[in-house]
Write a protein that binds this ligand. Structure first.
Ligand SMILES: [Zn+2]
Length: 343
């Protein structure tokens, strides 16, 4: 016999997959479920970034009979929504992962339901690396989480597939993406870039685990000097220190103990609010007066993030972007308002 048993099985599996391909194309032509098979997805990575497909459709490692894709991604790589929709399911409490089936149920993930009834699944996300919750409306390209290596996974990567339910079973479908090489279905071992351009050319996002201190400074110099106010929130794993001063006079300096949960919330909010640093931009473009916000993070006494945004004559300038107001509201959340009372 020229063909041994294993080769025969592989051959049969390939034939089965081909048959399912044919069946799918016949089905999708009739499109009984109004599934938009021509939808063009964004790559689930940040604008301007590239990634290699490590396993493609019907991959022999874990994608047999599936239209699924594995993108190579270091732990902590930002994951962006490939298509708009409503968050259907999330899990981010798992820590473990490995190349064993026993890890199958331990993968952190996000599932987003699309308007045509299909679902996109993003798997193997980082512990606490999910920034969205069930019911959230997600826009295409939105930062939704961070990739990791949780669940049935032998290397850090992002698993992506789109499926619909047929008699309670998930049926995956092929997906086309807009890439730097045009609109394509992706092939294994090829690198594809997300051609979308973010306004932020170079950005740094800090991983929550790489921070042991966050500083938030607000300065109001828009009023006459005597009424200038500066507020600082300095948060560590155990404490929150609030200071207020007016033109050099200390109005308040209070330190309170915080819980581990509060610290986690502040760290997550840093990412959740998209706090980013735009490099190569002057922080202070001759702005006097106005208000400014500086956010810094630290690890072991070394600063590893710093950004400043100033509001000056109705314009915001500086190298800090993201929802700084939301970030501050999370910092303030659950803290006795008396702590912030200055008179
Ligand atoms: Zn996969």
């Amino acid at each position: 016999m020229l063909i041994n048993k294993i080769e025969l099985i592989v051959l049969l599996k390939s034939i089965l997959f081909l048959l399912s391909l044919i069946a799918f194309s016949l089905l999708s032509q009739r499109s009984p479920k109004n599934i938009d098979t021509n939808y063009v997805y964004d790559l689930p990575i940040a604008p301007g970034k590239k990634s290699m497909v490590m396993q493609g459709y019907n991959g022999s490692y874990s994608h047999q009979g599936q239209f699924a894709l594995d993108f190579k991604a270091k732990k902590g790589t930002p994951v962006h929504a490939a298509r708009e929709g409503i968050v259907y399911k999330t899990e981010s409490s798992n820590v473990k992962g490995g190349p064993k089936k026993k890890f199958l149920r331990l993968g952190n993930h996000i599932v987003i339901k699309h308007s045509d009834g299909t679902f996109a699944a993003y798997w193997h996300l980082l512990y606490e690396g999910v920034f969205v919750k069930v019911g959230d409306a997600i826009t295409k390209g939105q930062l939704i989480g961070l990739s990791g290596n949780t669940g049935y996974s032998s290397w850090p990567h992002l698993h992506f597939d789109v499926y619909y339910f047929s008699n309670g079973k998930q049926v995956t479908i092929p997906t086309k993406f807009v890439t730097n090489k045009g609109v394509k279905e992706l092939k294994v071992y090829r690198k594809y870039g997300n051609p979308k351009v973010d306004q932020i050319i170079e950005e740094t996002i800090q991983l929550p685990k790489n921070i042991d201190k966050i500083e938030y400074h607000f300065q109001d110099a828009s009023v006459p000097p005597l009424h200038h106010r500066s507020y600082s929130w300095i948060i560590t794993e155990t404490q929150l220190r609030f200071t207020a001063n007016s033109y050099g006079t200390i109005l308040k300096d209070t330190t309170i103990a915080i819980s581990a949960i509060k610290w986690e919330q502040c760290k997550t909010a840093f990412l959740n609010c998209g706090i980013k640093n735009q490099k190569n931009i002057e922080t202070n473009q001759g702005c006097t007066g106005g208000t400014s916000i500086t956010i810094q993070t630290w690890l072991n006494g070394k600063e590893n993030f710093s950004g400043t945004a100033s509001k000056c004559g109705g314009k915001t300038v500086g190298n800090l972007s993201g929802n700084t107001e939301k970030f501050l509201s999370v910092i303030k959340e659950g803290v006795d308002p008396l702590v912030y009372q200055t008179n």
